[in-house]
Design a protein around this ligand. Sequence first.
Ligand code: SF4
Ligand code: SF4
Length: 351
Amino acid sequence: MKNELILDKNNLSYWLRQIRKNRELIGPLMNDGNDIVFKSVDRIHELVLDCPASLPSPKEFIFPQYEPMLRMRQASNVKRQEITDLSDETKRVIFGVRSCDISALGLLDKFYLEGHKDPYYAERRRNTLFISIVCNDPAPTCFCIGLGTGPYLEKGFDIQITDLGDRYFVQIGSPEGAKTVKAMSFLFRRPQKTDYEDQYEVFLSSKARFHKRINLKGIRQMILEEKVKDDFWQWVAGRCFECGGCVYDCPLCTCFTVTDREYPYGIERIRLWDACMFKGFTRMAGGVLPNEAMVKRTKRWYYHKLIHYPEKLGGFGCVGCGRCTITCPGKIDMASIATKLKGLAISEEEK
Ligand code: SF4
Ligand code: SF4
């Protein structure tokens, strides 16, 4: 089977219904507050495919905000504990994911699977198929174009589709993706010259629509050369409300905490999202707070994403999804900070 195919739009619903027979179908839907969120799809016609980035990101299906890990129960009449593993083994397909979130997945995989392997993440990842859609019309907050993390990808997806009006250009990127398409091969046809031309046209027009071009390499270099002074980070810290929105909505933030909760039947160990912006994130025994000063925390978030991520994982801890721009009440999101630092660098040069 070819890696590039065409799916008539009239066949999308049937294809997804067939996939749903074996997997839970997750997709972008509008909630009661008019936000686009990824959730289990009941009515396929309600999928929202013309909105660039959901809020929050679909990372919650492989790294959930609340994840039961195991249950410990005291066995009756026996001096031992029964331990039940609560790993989620549900097979899912996540449809309509954006390229930036697929790019983020590549780095999350490195973080959770290389070296010490996280078994909970690994289980969910193994059971999840991603069908991504190219952004034909990026939002004003998006800046993946400057980072090479979208709007269109060469790899990293299981299946990538591009909307060509009355049909989808379908690209297969993994053996599982190939299996999924092959199972319904009669729905697809080989692309013709006009399909390739239209796909290229859509790609060019999407690239031209980006409002923001953010150069993270430039600000990384400024930080490395110690051109960003402490008073700048103080200014950033002064604008932070410590709400954690940037961390929770970012497809690349990985902070978590583990806690045990007591129930009548025993103890459940759970993993919860945490945020390095919170004062208690690195609390030590005895109640010591090494990062009590806000400036340490805000600065660390940027250092983590711009300096440590590239060193450890080979890419920025930012894929330009623009969610922190939408979320941050202090307007100290990644794009705003990058723009501000670029402005400072220009005014320094002009002195
Ligand atoms: S730092 Fe902001 S723009 Fe970058 S990936 Fe995270 S939420 Fe998106
Ligand atoms: S979203 Fe903005 S205000 Fe809230 S914690 Fe993040 S940087 Fe601070």
